[in-house]
Design a protein around this ligand. Structure first.
Ligand SMILES: [Zn+2]
Length: 151
């Protein structure tokens, strides 16, 4: 299933409540700047954060409730930034980010990060082939130093 931005905004309205507050066009707030492969990871993360917020008695209508500031790809990994983040939530976010280094950012299959035309991408073999062709047979170099899990 393709998880669109709108599906996230509808399912998690409290987490994405600040997405309209874009005052500086260079700052992207509350936008999912990631491809489809990682969206199930983010979805599961937000479900966990929502359940934990409820356990902690946090009110989704309160301005103190956590809010997504930014979700993006950086150096081949998922990055999730929330404001008003309760301390314990960091471990859930870190887990999601670690999973992304083993998950194709395009299709969700098992993957490894690598360099392609000066960018680090985490792609499965099939998506890597497509991406290399799109770049005119661009060279792929394993980005082993980015692996968070020892081999
Ligand atoms: Zn893939």
């Amino acid at each position: 299933m393709k998880l669109t931005d709108e599906m996230f905004f509808e399912r998690f309205p409290a987490f994405f409540r600040n997405r309209e507050e874009i005052t500086n066009p260079r700052l992207v707030h509350g936008e999912l700047a990631i491809d489809m492969g990682w969206r199930p990871i983010v979805w599961a993360l937000l479900e966990t954060l929502e359940a934990d917020s409820a356990d902690m008695g946090l009110d989704p209508a309160s301005p103190e409730y956590p809010a997504v500031a930014q979700i993006k790809q950086k150096f081949g990994g998922l990055r999730v930034y929330l404001s008003r983040l309760p301390k314990g939530f960091y471990f859930y976010i870190q887990h999601a980010e670690m999973c992304s280094f083993r998950t194709c950012e395009k299709c969700g299959k098992p993957a490894r990060p690598g360099w392609l035309n000066g960018t680090v991408l985490t792609l499965c073999l099939s998506c890597r082939k497509d991406e290399r062709e799109a770049w005119g047979d661009g060279e792929w170099t394993e980005a082993g130093h980015l692996n968070l899990y020892p081999e």
